[in-house]
Design a protein around this ligand. Structure first.
Ligand SMILES: NC(=O)C1=CN([C@@H]2O[C@H](COP(=O)(O)OP(=O)(O)OC[C@H]3O[C@@H](n4cnc5c(N)ncnc54)[C@H](O)[C@@H]3O)[C@@H](O)[C@H]2O)[C@@H](O)CC1
Ligand SMILES: Nc1ncnc2c1ncn2[C@@H]1O[C@H](COP(=O)(O)OP(=O)(O)O)[C@@H](O)[C@H]1O
Ligand SMILES: [K+]
Length: 474
């Protein structure tokens, strides 16, 4: 798992590191890596490095210091470097001296450049960019390499509330910060390169993690020699209605394809589900469904009295439940419904922002913080959907799944996700990990289904085997 650390944690690690390594050495290591990325981008965009032009946007702190030192390293490779100082009297003195010694130019006006380095502000960024910095950023048209993070984005939330740098590449130090993985900041970061400058051991346990594909592969259930259809977990799907049978088909299909266990469907779309997924066992009600090891409840269920009864029955069944869509709305409208749940029954809630607002209040700009808080309050794993999916457990664990494309953003796609989660819950997987692994495979299936053109949710279902194969081949 790759870690994500908040700025407080990075600061604390930094202080510990400074007791054994001088700050200037860390800065030079950071700057050297920035220079390497700038050179690579220059080579990619202009076919060379020597003789190319780089402008450094330099703020008053160490982020600007990194940029100035990076400029000094680039001078050694024959690059024409100009530093644009936002606060000339407060620019990092050592960095400025190093750049001048190396033959770099220094000014206050933006110059033509092949690549721009953003050293305006880093970990100490507070609020939107100040007007002078904002004006400078808005005039940049060259590709940008951001130092540590794209200036204008909040380091701890990824929120952007004004003009901000949109980088091709962000070079960050020690580990990712929330800005690199959630919110608009994650998109503004571009491709994120994490450089080890010797902070690693000081950082400690991360505040959030990103699942690697190999970890998803290891966790994904595959049948062993002694398994049968029951031992792998039976998934119950209580979804769909006469008005929305499609949701039942999509959620059941995802569960059928996710693992080799059995899927039982319970609801008024039984006929449609049976026709599309003959391997499932479809009945008209949860009571008639038989034993399952997990339930998926909510997609297309409707928010009426019948739906309410289904949610209560499923929550009281004593097996893990994935609560999605209409079931979230029902629980939000009538919190007494939670009483049906035995407190030890694991629940995974999968809201999009509007559903989240109903059940836990507005998401706001801190997606990780809001999801973690909701998971604690509700005593459930909460998966907040979006381009970056955030999954929090009641014990405070958080993982983020960053989508590489927005193809999953299509109608019915959430129903597919809930079916995947249900199947993993039935296999006995830890609910937090189940939600994370499902989000990963879901996004990959959408990418495979789309292959460059929009793909409907039913095609995402069809691509689940290819996604699992691809994950397991990693
Ligand atoms: N984490 C680490 O161990 C290391 C950190 N280094 C660098 O040090 C940086 C942090 O440096 P500092 O703590 O000096 O602070 P920064 O350089 O992040 O920011 C400080 C300056 O930015 C201004 N500023 C804050 N918010 C602003 C806004 N919204 N608009 C415009 N200006 C704003 C502040 O007034 C201050 O002058 C990191 O981001 C990284 O680039 C590196 O030198 C290597 C080591
Ligand atoms: N911009 C986006 N980029 C990537 N994935 C997205 C984006 N927007 C939504 N998604 C994903 O698409 C799915 C949509 O689910 P949902 O909103 O419940 O749709 P529906 O209710 O139509 O099934 C979720 O898995 C979500 O994380
Ligand atoms: K920056």
């Amino acid at each position: 798992m790759r870690g994500v650390w908040t700025t407080d944690r990075v600061r604390a690690a930094e202080q510990r590191a400074f007791t054994r390594v001088p700050e200037s050495r860390l800065m030079r290591a950071a700057a050297f890596a920035v220079a390497g990325e700038v050179a690579a981008l220059l080579a990619e965009r202009t076919g060379g490095v020597a003789g190319r032009r780089v402008a450094l946007l330099v703020g008053a702190g160490n982020n600007g210091g990194d940029a100035l030192w990076a400029g000094a390293f680039l001078r050694r490779r024959g690059v024409a470097v100009t530093a644009v100082l936002l606060a000339p009297e407060r620019a990092h003195a050592e960095g400025l001296a190093a750049l001048r010694r190396a033959g770099g130019r220094v000014g206050t006006e933006l110059v033509e450049a092949d690549v721009v380095v953003d050293g305006i502000v880093g970990l100490s960024a507070r609020g939107p960019l100040r007007p002078d910095a904002a004006a400078l950023v808005e005039r940049v048209s060259a590709p940008i390499v951001a130092v540590d993070l794209p200036s204008g984005a909040d380091p701890d939330t990824g929120a952007i509330e004004g003009p901000a740098v949109h980088a091709e590449v962000t070079v960050t130090f020690g580990g990712r910060k929330p800005v690199h993985v959630v919110g608009p900041g994650a998109i503004a970061s571009g491709w994120v390169r994490v450089v080890d400058i010797g902070l690693g051991a000081e950082l400690g346990e991360p505040d959030a993690v990103l699942l690697d594909r190999a970890e998803v592969a290891r966790a994904w259930p595959v049948p062993g020699p002694t398994d049968d259809k029951y031992s792998q977990g039976v998934t119950g799907v209580a979804a769909g209605s006469a008005t929305y049978p499609g949701a039942a088909v999509l959620a059941s299909g995802a569960a059928v394809l996710a693992t080799s266990g059995l899927v039982r469907y319970a609801g008024t779309a039984a006929e449609v589900v049976r026709t599309r997924w003959p391997e499932s066992v479809a009945t008209g009600s949860v009571t008639d469904a038989g034993r399952v090891q997990s339930w998926v409840v909510g997609p297309g269920l409707g928010t009426g009295k019948a739906g309410r009864g289904v949610v209560a029955e499923v929550l009281g069944a004593g097996v893990p439940v994935c609560v999605d869509a209409d079931a979230i709305t029902l629980l939000a409208a009538d919190p007494a419904l939670w009483d049906a749940r035995d407190p030890d029954t694991p629940v995974v809630l999968t809201p999009h922002d509007r559903e989240f607002a109903r059940i836990a209040g507005e998401v706001g700009s801190d997606r990780i913080g809001a999801t973690r808080q909701a998971a604690r309050t509700l005593g459930a794993v909460v998966l907040l959907k979006g381009n970056s999916t955030v999954v929090a457990a009641p014990d405070g664990r958080v993982l983020v799944n960053q989508a590489r494309s927005a193809w999953p953003a299509t109608a019915g796609s959430g129903d597919v996700l809930s079916g995947l989660i249900g199947a993993l819950l039935a296999s006995g997987m830890d609910p937090w990990l189940a939600a994370g692994c499902a989000a990963h495979v879901h996004e990959l299936a959408a990418e495979i289904a789309a292959d460059g053109a929009p793909a409907p949710a039913s095609h995402i279902v069809d691509a689940i085997p290819a996604a699992i194969r691809s994950v397991r081949a990693s």
